[in-house]
Design a protein around this ligand. Structure first.
Ligand code: ZN
Length: 198
């Protein structure tokens, strides 16, 4: 916790003053251009990877960068769906990135068929990734396939479907490689890497 307190102090003294104009504008403006859906993994930091300033990315991070498909469960209390709906219908984001990453704990657990009896919430959550592949799949393949599956889930959300039909939004699949810092683009149709530049 001491690290966080020191970080806040450094932010206030050195970082904030250098961007005071930006933060003054952001006080009354929230107009991010992109919805970034990434993994909760501490090593995958959306603003760092993409070098975006505060205010530019609307971010949803879940374990395994999973996006439950529409319709929602019976209770309807789905934070991911709410974030997607808000980003599209209110903020009007023009691009959505679903970003997987190397060494993903969620995908590794699935690929290895790990016993999750002691992690019932994790086990339930990972069911949203189930169509991505069989447990024996190599984890790298599973990570890429999972991005494609989550893009398909994303398209089932009514706000996304409407925006896609209107040509108002573009979906992108990425896989971030932690040791090299590179980003691989994933073909949503095949789950395989594409040579196309961002
Ligand atoms: Zn992960």
């Amino acid at each position: 916790m001491q690290d966080l307190a020191e970080g806040v102090a450094y932010f206030q003294q050195d970082v904030f003053p250098a961007k005071a104009e930006l933060f003054a504008r952001l006080a009354t403006t929230h107009r991010p251009h992109t919805l970034f859906i990434g993994c909760s993994d501490a090593r995958v930091v959306p603003e760092l990877i993409t070098q975006q300033e505060p205010g530019e990315l609307f971010v949803i991070r879940t374990a395994g960068n999973l996006v439950p498909a529409h319709p929602l469960g019976v209770d309807g209390a789905d934070g991911v769906a709410a974030g997607i709906e808000y980003a599209l219908a209110v903020l009007g984001v023009r691009d959505i990135v679903v970003c997987g990453h190397s060494a993903c704990g969620a995908m590794t657990a699935l690929a290895a068929g790990q016993d999750l009896a002691d992690l019932p919430a994790v086990a339930r959550w990972l069911r949203h990734a189930a169509p991505a592949g069989a447990p024996q799949d190599e984890v790298g393949v599973l990570i890429r396939n999972n991005v494609a599956v989550q893009l398909a889930h994303l398209a089932t959300h009514p706000a996304v479907a409407r925006a896609l039909a209107a040509g108002a939004v573009t979906l992108h699949g990425w896989v971030y490689d932690i040791p090299t810092g590179t980003v691989e683009r994933i073909d949503p149709a095949t789950g395989r890497p594409t040579a196309r530049a961002a």
